[in-house]
Design a protein around this ligand. Structure first.
Ligand SMILES: Nc1ncnc2c1ncn2[C@@H]1O[C@H](COP(=O)(O)OP(=O)(O)O)[C@@H](O)[C@H]1O
Ligand SMILES: [Mg+2]
Length: 360
């Protein structure tokens, strides 16, 4: 698969760099330790999870949780994951058919209202575990299940105690549910068995340049190094997903460097608008939007409070600011660094800066 292919990479060979991370993940899987891949959007979490599982060589169920709601949603997503795993489907199909309320049709796995979905989820996992060797289950974007975290943790604890041959790989942003998974309290069903974190960072500048140059070579395309470097510094920031998109515009769509950069930023802004829109649903839009606008530049706590106060007409109290910051960090939109709070993703910044009002 070429480096500039836009879909997640699925093998170690297709990944640029990341050798240490793949080695770590493979070692954890082989030893039955659960892991969680942490990092911002487009940094390569899905690619690492898939490549690591493929390298480890066990049957794997890939479950995409983006947009999934509740335990019923988890059940459906799990069913789709099983369906797309050829090595597993044959074995699991019969077991799935026997689960009350679950039906297996050509198009996927559907459930009726009863029995309770959590029990069905557990039975699907039992079916997955029913083979001999180890099976890997990737739960991608697990923070989406935060509203159902109680049920999820119960299911995971059940798997942990009854199916040592099922190994989970989670991915997600660093806060919220992931925090619950990583540092469970004494009352949590995962206490004492938390997954090992693998932090995935953007590429540094030389790696980013190396990535773009190698990708261009694959297409026998020669692009001036300084043009690539300029695009990196202005817009792309070492995020592999945006580098890939930019490279795809250059090499596949044959755009010139400036047009490729503009197209990537346009695409990035669209993705950012969706993501910010998704985040704002059910929240105080005025306050959160004011905070996002302000956080395009790093701010201290009190500067943030001031900026939000100016937009709302009255200064928010500490609890409101704390809630605001927690919500933004849990969604992976905002980070705390030595310079204060800020939006790390260059595309979210570009979108928020350029938008006239909050997205609907
Ligand atoms: N190390 C890498 N080498 C090659 N391509 C990568 C790498 N990391 C990410 N990509 C590409 O970047 C895009 C985003 O990667 P993805 O794994 O979907 O990120 P995430 O799951 O963190 O959002 C995909 O097109 C993927 O192919
Ligand atoms: Mg992903």
């Amino acid at each position: 698969m070429p480096l500039f292919d836009l879909t997640p990479k699925e093998s170690r060979r297709a990944l640029y760099g990341r050798d240490a991370e793949v080695d770590t993940l493979v070692r954890l899987i082989e030893n039955g330790r659960w892991s969680v891949i942490l990092g911002p959007r487009m940094v390569g979490k899905t690619s690492l999870a898939r490549a690591g599982a493929q390298q480890a060589g066990y049957p794997t169920v890939y479950v995409n949780l983006w947009g999934v709601k509740g335990v019923a949603g988890l059940l459906t997503a799990l069913g789709e994951g099983v369906r797309s795993s050829r090595s597993l489907l044959g074995r699991v199909k019969e077991a799935l058919r026997r689960i009350e309320g679950v039906s297996v049709a050509g198009t996927g796995v559907t459930l009726s209202a009863r029995p309770p979905p959590l029990r069905s989820v557990q039975e699907v996992v039992n079916a997955i575990a029913s083979g001999r060797g180890r099976t890997v289950v990737i739960l991608d974007e697990v923070q989406e299940l935060a509203p159902s975290s109680g049920a999820l943790l119960k299911m995971l604890a059940h798997v942990f105690t009854t199916h040592p041959n099922v190994t989970f790989v989670f991915t997600g942003s660093a806060f919220g549910l992931i925090r619950t998974l990583l540092s469970p309290t004494a009352t949590s069903p995962l206490f004492g068995r938390s997954p090992v974190p693998i932090d995935l960072h953007p590429f540094d500048r030389p790696t980013s340049l190396g990535f773009l140059e190698r990708g261009c070579r694959e297409y026998r395309l020669s692009v001036d190094r300084s043009a690539l470097a300029a695009a990196l510094d202005r817009s792309l920031d070492g995020i592999p997903g945006w580098l890939t998109h930019y490279g795809n515009c250059l090499a596949v769509r044959r755009m010139d460097p400036e047009a490729a950069e503009a197209a990537t930023v346009r695409e990035g802004r669209n993705v950012a608008r969706d993501e910010v829109g998704h985040f704002l649903i059910g929240r105080d839009r005025t306050t959160y939007w004011a905070a996002l606008r302000a956080l395009c530049n790093p701010l201290s706590w009190s500067e943030l409070r001031q900026a939000v106060g100016a937009a709302r007409g009255s200064p928010p109290n500490d609890a409101t600011v704390a809630n605001l910051v927690r919500g933004l960090r849990e969604a992976g939109l905002v980070e705390e660094t030595d310079h204060g709070y800020h939006i790390p993703d260059p595309m979210i910044r570009a979108y928020v800066r350029g938008a006239r009002r909050a997205p609907r």
